[in-house]
Design a protein. Structure first.
Length: 604
């Protein structure tokens, strides 16, 4: 969602704040702004739209100062307007915020009764106004800030500066991620300090990072960092090196991050494969060594969006290879259900960023109620990783494009590894069967590289889809969740209405949508279902629709390489990604930052 960057620097921070905001663009935003503390107070500049609009505002009037805040906003309370953009300034207080203040309406009403006039529709301005009022009632800003946090209900990551205190910044975290960056110490004993929504934003400014825990708040000064927990007690949090993979997020010569990330998949999958299996020995490596599946009675997979479809697909593998029942749950719904638990479940939370608010909340609610909680994430320092008892790193590297590509296939491969581990732990998989599966996994990077060679044919098909008002996807067995993911990709970045159906459900309603000329992409299923798929295709063609078959068969318009039952989904995934990408390019949409979407959904 929103992105935060803050600096207590050794030089003018405005250009560097803009650099930090560039690194946060992947999170999605519709306005941006900076605030710089100077000798006369705090100068705020903001604009609606992309960062180029903010740069235009700053052209010739770049503010001077060594302390400042930056923010990219994704609209929640109030539309994308300049008054609603961050930073918000009320009296002596200037702040940026990620999250949702749930009691903002009651707080706003009380402040209005005291004569406060609001300039925006946001919940964030309420926080600034309340803190400004509280500064008059406490001896120190520190005490006022602690009291402010006691009044807030909801989720927040806050970075705050106060006029009259030019080398002071307050930070706080509750339910939304926030990290502190430690720069290299200077000769005068000072050190540059930074604050950011994630380590990617902090990488240019800090070699070391402290991740705040929920309820933490802090006071940053050039020579010190003081941290407190929600009870006001002084706490110490670990200082760790900035993750190396945050330093490699350049687009290079590719036209879009998404296209670059699609092309990276042979390498990302090969890297992950080596941490899961030993092809030479035909066995698994020692990943998740502290998690045993022998005594569990079911697996619960928790995720949202694309990660949810990865879980859906993986449920077929887990049930087949481990003979375990699997529940695939949308995290945003699971948390609010009255669910019966035996205490023997293994819960696996899947999230690219590791900061997905709904998934984190559901995982936290299960603490002490299940046998084990596992995180499958791309950021091992994330909130979900820290909440879980065991972590499997998908090792995909930074994924900047909002529409997930390489993280999706890495999640699939990681979950496939878990399926095999569960089967081995439970004695379901023989050594021979495991060796066969490991051999198939070892072939996946090459399979993906070969499928990428279909790009010219996929581009031609995409041109014919760009003007379609609707596109439908069909699949059976493992290709049903793949169809769901393909439809999500299409609607995310091309804005074409796309839906996916289990092919066997056609006659139970969806066939009413089919009209002459309607494009329908069919993912060919396993051989045992070939006749069923052929029958579905005949039903569609009889109604004049255009059928585009994807698979290794001779009758497929987009003919993928031959693959085994475990690996075939990876070829289908590449076709789905390239098809959505090429349609979006043909339509001229913003591929990397599609409208209304954020990369990391850090609020409910």
């Amino acid at each position: 969602m929103c992105g935060i960057i803050g600096l207590l620097g050794q030089e003018d921070v405005a250009p560097r704040l803009l650099n930090g905001l560039e690194r946060l663009e992947y999170r999605g935003y519709d306005s941006a702004g900076i605030a710089v503390v100077n000798g006369c107070g705090t100068a705020v500049h903001k604009a609606v739209g992309k960062l180029d609009r903010l740069r235009a505002v700053l052209d010739g009037v770049m503010p001077k100062g060594r302390v400042g805040l930056g923010h990219t906003r994704w609209a929640t309370h109030g539309g994308a307007t300049e008054p609603n953009a961050h930073p918000h300034q009320v009296g002596r207080v200037t702040l940026v915020h990620n999250g949702i203040i749930e009691n903002h309406a009651a707080l706003r009403q009380g402040l209005r009764a005291q004569g406060v006039i609001f300039a925006s529709e946001t919940d964030t301005e309420v926080v600034a106004a309340l803190f400004d009022q509280m500064l008059y009632h406490f001896e120190t800003p520190d005490a006022a800030f602690a009291a402010l946090l006691d009044r807030l209900v909801g989720a927040y990551a806050l970075a705050v500066v106060v006029d009259g205190y030019p080398e002071l910044m307050f930070v706080a975290r509750q339910g939304s991620p926030l990290a502190i960056g430690h720069g290299r110490p200077c000769e005068d004993g000072t050190a540059e300090m930074a604050v950011g929504s994630d380590a990617l934003a902090l990488a240019p400014f800090a070699s070391r990072v402290t991740y705040l825990e929920d309820g933490d708040w802090g006071v940053l000064r050039p020579k010190s960092l003081e941290l407190f927990n929600r009870l006001g007690a002084v706490v110490t949090r670990e200082i760790v090196p900035t993750p190396a993979n945050t330093l490699t997020s350049d687009k290079g010569s590719w036209p879009h991050y998404m296209r670059k990330e699609i092309a990276e998949q042979p390498d990302t999958l090969a890297r992950l494969m080596q941490s899961l299996v030993d092809p030479g020995e035909g066995r698994l490596t020692a990943f998740l060594s502290d998690v045993g599946f022998a005594s569990t009675d079911r697996i619960v997979l928790l995720a949202c969006g694309t990660a949810h479809y990865a879980c859906h697909l993986a449920s077929y593998w887990i049930e087949a290879k481990a003979r375990l029942p699997v529940e695939v749950e949308i995290a945003s719904e699971y948390r609010y259900r009255d669910r019966p638990l035996s205490g023997r479940e293994i819960v696996i939370a899947v999230s690219q960023s590791g900061e997905t608010a709904d998934t984190l909340s559901a995982l936290t609610a299960l603490s002490g109620r299940v046998a084990a909680r596992v995180a499958v994430v791309n950021v091992t320092t994330s909130s979900i990783a820290r909440e879980a008892q065991a972590v499997l790193d998908i090792a995909a590297g930074p994924e900047i494009g909002v529409a997930s590509t390489k993280a999706f296939t890495a999640q699939l491969l990681a979950l496939m590894g878990i399926a095999l581990k569960a089967g081995r732990d439970r004695g379901v998989l023989s050594d021979a069967a495991l060796a066969t599966a490991v051999g198939e996994i070892a072939s996946i990077p090459c399979l993906v590289a070969e499928t990428l060679q279909l790009a010219p044919q996929i581009s031609e098909v995409a041109k014919s889809l760009a003007t379609a008002p609707n596109v439908y996807f069909l699949g059976r067995d493992v290709n049903y969740p793949m169809a769901l993911e393909a439809a999500l990709k299409m609607k995310e970045i091309s804005y074409i209405h796309a839906e996916a159906f289990a092919a066997g459900e056609l006659k139970h309603g969806p066939i009413a949508l089919i009209e002459r000329g309607t494009p329908i992409i069919v993912f060919d299923g396993p051989d045992r279902l070939a006749e069923k798929i052929a029958s579905n295709v005949s039903e569609i063609e009889a109604r004049g629709s255009r059928v585009i078959r994807v698979g290794p068969g001779a009758g497929c318009e987009l003919r993928t390489p031959m693959a085994g039952p475990l690996s075939s989904s990876f070829a289908q995934a590449i076709v789905a990604q390239l098809l959505a990408y090429d349609v979006a390019v043909e339509k001229g949409t913003d591929v990397d930052q599609p409208r209304n979407l954020a990369k990391s959904v850090t609020v409910e």
